[in-house]
Each structure stands twice: as C-alpha cells, then as structure tokens.
Design a protein around this ligand. Sequence first.
Ligand SMILES: [Zn+2]
Length: 257
Amino acid sequence: MAIRPVSGYERLKQLQKEQKEREEKKSTTYTNHFLRLGDGESVTLRFLYNLMTENHQHEMISIKMHDYWVEADRRFVQAVCAEEDGKQCHWCMIAKREVDKANDRPQRNKVEKDARYTAVKAAYQKAAKDHFILPCFVYGVDDEGKETATPHLLDVKWSVLPTLEKLFESGLASPNGKVHDITTTDFTYSRELQNGRTVYSLVPTGYAPRNLPRPPFERIMQMIMEDRPIRELDSTAGNASTPPAFAEEDDDEEHPF
Ligand SMILES: [Zn+2]
C-alpha cells in the first residue's frame, strides 16, 4: 500500500479556509435582532417607534414570551408564546407541569415549605410573561471611522420602562415647548453590575430630531418571530436550541431592516 504524502502546509491552509467559511456562514445564518448587552457595556440608540401612536402602526409592541435559562441544558428558552397565535404552546405546557409538580411538594415543616416556595417560584419563571418591544438604531463606528446605525429590537426591561413612560407622558423639552415622542432623542443604554445585581439604565441625551426610516409593523413582528420562534404543542418546529435559518429574501428596499 502506497501512502501518498499530503502537504501539511496546504492541508493547514485548507482547514483554516474551511473554518473561516463556517464562521462566515454562521454569522449570516443565525438571526440576532435583539440587542444584547454584557455587564459594563453601553450603547447609544435611537428608538424608531414611539410608546403610542394614533393609528397604532409605529408604537411599542407588547407580546407574551417565554424567556429563561435552563442550567441543565446550558441554553436559553426564548420563544414567543404560541397562544399569541391562538395555538397551544409547548413551553406553557412545560411551565404548567412544573408549577403543578412544585405545588404538590410536601410542606410538613419549614425546610419543606421553603423548598416548595423556591420550586414554585422557579416554575413560574418559565411561564409566558409580558415583554415590551421597541425597534431602534444602535449607533457605532465602522473600521474606517464612519458612523453606523444598526437596526435592532430592544426588549425593554421593566426597570427602564418608567423612564420611557415618564418622558412620553411629561414630554421632552424642545424649542417649541414639549414633545411627547421618544423618537426625538438619543438614549444611552447601559448594563452594569452593582452589588452583584445586573442593573439597566436608559438616559435621554436631549431633543435632537433625526429623519430615520421607520420599519413597518409587519417587519418588526417578522423579526421578533425570526429570533423568538414559537413552538406549538407536539411540534418539533422552533426548537429553542437550534436557531432558525435567516430569512434570505428581503426585497423591501425602503428600510435597512
Ligand atoms: Zn406559551
């Protein structure tokens, strides 16, 4: 048997090329519409929808989602609740089963009562919860030092909702009085670790209207579903551990979403 020698150098180059191609494919295959910040990170962003509009076409969206970390599987469950689409929901079934199981735990003494309380609380974390979504542009700088604006969805945390609510209700100072439109200012959005707790903050930087494209409501809903696909009961589709393929065709050229 004759073994054909293989050029180690060429093989190394080939493997590196394949690795690069896989990474490039990965970065365009998986959706990543929702803005994620790590501790100590901060961005400047501009909301593209107001909290409320007359025709309800460009306003904050409220939608029920499942959003929790599963330590045993080392993964997130992040999914729009199928009941939002009038279907039976796989994740609601899981949550209900765990709540029932936790409620059935014995509570004959304090230790058992405490354990039961913790289990019930953990199980309720898995239930569908209200989430509030605002599309935004996140500002950045590209390799050549030019300002960029990248479209994202912000899943507005409960802790920063009052900031937006107050600004919308009381208004933002403008040369002609006050405007009740949160899209007329940039915000600094940050995530910090304070005394072991993650704290988000949202600070307006002052009235400065800009003419930015506003994506249609339908596209925003599509983006939410791409990132947080529903999983119906007894359905294998939309498994949270396998992100869905990126929707390649996007023939709507009017906006960069
Ligand atoms: Zn559900």
